[in-house]
Design a protein. Structure first.
Length: 313
């Protein structure tokens, strides 16, 4: 029996990561022929490609001939970017520029994933037309990546998104889920940032936006340029931690809100809220309520199994 392979082809970089896995799954389950590539964790499920190897990148794009490329791979940890600026710039800027060139070569629509950290957080909410002013090197490299892809391929879409969470393989995969242990172990008090305003966004929702954007683009070549997507619940890390505790009926009195701006690590914008009306007006978007999304993401990591039985049985 011949398996009916969908004729629409999408290539996803960073397919082993938190966002990339969700993007791969979303396209794969919606009648696209999806190929994911990764590097350290690629095999056996995904193609192993070093995005800094321009020949390997050229070969996979020319062999597969994707209609769409979703570029999720990046060094996204601000403190790592500060400590390894050259490596971060290679991946976030140089590899992105090369990918845009190769996409142009086969006429593929590139979606470059960027960040709310291109803004300084002083005058939210930010529209796509607002002037970026990144405070940290991570934001700077992602902004340089945006410019590089648009210079090399004007048919690109840049999609800026904020802090992500979703089905993690390890709690450290997301700045949101990493808080779960501090929430669960209520025998010791935990300081939680209550200064920076965040908009936690489920990777499933971003994946749906990528697919909707790709499908709209197949019908309308004017779909390109810069777009914003974000969850719409404003929360500090302290408020997220309390919401996580609430979702699992756990105590939160040991969580301590810290209202001063953080003094260690890369500078963070106070409130880089993204205005998402441009995508909404195109009829694109999906939003999972935070409590529902976080419960689904975290329950496998719940230490107290008794709770699980009461909720899921």
């Amino acid at each position: 029996e011949d398996v009916d392979v969908p004729s629409r082809r999408v290539l996803i970089t960073g397919a082993t990561g938190l966002l990339g896995r969700a993007v791969f799954k979303e396209f794969n389950e919606n009648n696209w022929n999806a190929v994911g590539c990764g590097y350290r964790r690629a095999q056996p499920r995904f193609e192993q490609i070093n995005l800094l190897d321009s020949i390997a990148v050229h070969d996979i794009i020319h062999d597969f001939q994707p209609h769409v490329i979703v570029h999720c791979a990046a060094e996204r940890r601000p403190d790592v970017v500060e400590s390894q600026p050259d490596a971060a710039s290679q991946l976030n800027v140089a590899a992105s520029a090369n990918l845009a060139k190769e996409a142009a070569g086969v006429g593929a629509f590139l979606i470059y994933i960027s960040t709310d950290y291109v803004f300084d957080g002083t005058s939210p909410p930010y529209k796509e037309t607002d002037v970026p002013n990144p405070l940290n090197l991570y934001g700077k490299t992602k902004l340089e990546g945006e410019k590089a892809v648009l210079e090399n391929n004007e048919e690109t879409a840049v999609l800026r998104i904020p802090v992500l969470y979703g089905e993690v393989e390890r709690l450290e995969e997301s700045a949101v889920t990493v808080m779960f242990d501090k929430v669960q172990f209520s025998n010791k008090s935990a300081n939680m940032d209550h200064w920076q305003q965040r908009f936690p966004t489920n990777v499933k929702d971003v994946a749906a936006v990528c697919r909707q954007l790709a499908e709209k683009r197949m019908l309308d070549p004017s779909i390109k340029g810069t777009f914003h997507w974000s969850g719409n619940e404003q929360m500090t890390k302290y408020e997220m931690a309390c919401a996580i505790a609430d979702a699992f009926n756990l105590p939160s009195s040991h969580l301590r809100p810290i209202t001063d701006s953080p003094v260690v690590g890369a500078l963070r914008p106070k409130n880089a809220q993204l205005d998402c009306s441009k995508l909404e007006m195109l009829g694109i978007g999906q939003r999972t309520p935070f409590r529902a999304g976080i419960r689904e993401s975290l329950w496998p990591f719940l230490v107290d199994k008794r709770w699980r039985q009461t909720v899921f049985h």
